[in-house]
Design a protein around this ligand. Structure first.
Ligand SMILES: NS(=O)(=O)c1ccc(B(O)O)cc1
Ligand SMILES: [Zn+2]
Length: 263
């Protein structure tokens, strides 16, 4: 199966997933803010609106290539606004990280990587073509999914993310999962104003690499402590090694443009 080692990493994914090399809207990308192919300010871009009532029931899983927080089916969390014309339903969030603070994020800003990146995955709940996340992924709809990306940088301890980082030791082994104890307030993790972001049309950053994602990557990083970063680096990949660097390198922009909601 695919992974991030020499034998099964991003450079080999094209074998099972040809779109890795033939796709023209692959993710992640390097977000360039100056020069020719740079992100262009679009004054029509509105703030992103999230409605995330605290999750009461969720599973926290180590799937061998990331750790993922998935609420039970009944969750009502929604996303709208920003570049979106429809309402999206929250599906799951997960992380990408490196084995040191100079690498780990999937998107880059002028070539700079952050130590980690948080992805909040949503699917268009107003489309006539599908009525579940899995169907959305397989739909070929160019905006079936919307993923919000937040960079993580090392600084003060993030109290809102502590319930998650404290749980990492409980899912150290690949394939292990725990039911999340109590409530989790995802809204508290995010900056209160979701106004400054980059947005572009892209894909899933892991197989099946489906080109169905409206990406919204926020300019302002979220701070986590060194200890919280270290907790990610102790999670195992199922081959007795820690997941080291579960991030895909940037992909060619091709004819795409990146819009910025800020000057
Ligand atoms: N890393 S990502 O947010 O692009 C992503 C999200 C979901 C899936 B998936 O459900 O297969 C794969 C990658
Ligand atoms: Zn991701």
């Amino acid at each position: 199966p695919w992974g991030y080692s020499k034998e099964n990493g991003p450079a080999t994914w094209h074998k099972d997933c040809p779109i890795a090399n033939t796709g023209v809207r692959q993710s992640p990308i390097d977000l360039i803010t100056t020069g020719q192919t740079c992100a262009k300010y679009d004054s029509n871009l509105k703030p992103v609106i999230v409605s995330y009532p605290a999750f009461s029931e969720a599973t926290f899983l180590n799937n061998g290539h990331s750790v993922q927080f998935q609420p039970s089916a009944g969750n009502l969390s929604e996303l709208s606004g920003g570049p979106l014309t429809k309402k999206y339903k929250f599906e799951q969030f997960h992380f990408h990280w490196g084995n040191n603070d100079s690498e780990g994020s999937e998107h880059r800003v002028n070539g700079k990587m952050y130590p980690a990146e948080l992805h909040l995955v949503h699917w268009n709940s107003e489309s006539p073509n599908f009525s579940s996340f899995q169907e959305a992924v397989g739909s070929n709809d160019p905006h079936a999914l919307c993923v919000l990306g937040f960079f993580l940088k090392v600084g003060a301890e993030n109290a809102s993310l502590k319930p998650i980082t404290d749980l990492l030791s409980k899912v150290k082994n690949a394939g292990s999962s725990v039911s999340f104890p109590g409530k989790f307030d995802l809204k508290a993790v995010l900056p209160e104003t979701l106004t400054d972001y980059y947005t572009y049309d892209g894909s899933l950053t892991t197989p099946p690499l489906a080109e169905c994602v409206k990406w919204i990557v926020f300019k302002e990083p979220i701070e986590v402590s060194t200890a919280q970063m270290e907790a990610f680096r102790a999670v195992d990949d199922g081959h007795g090694k820690p997941i080291t660097g579960n991030y895909r390198p940037p992909c060619p922009l091709h004819t795409r443009t990146v819009a910025a909601s800020f000057k």
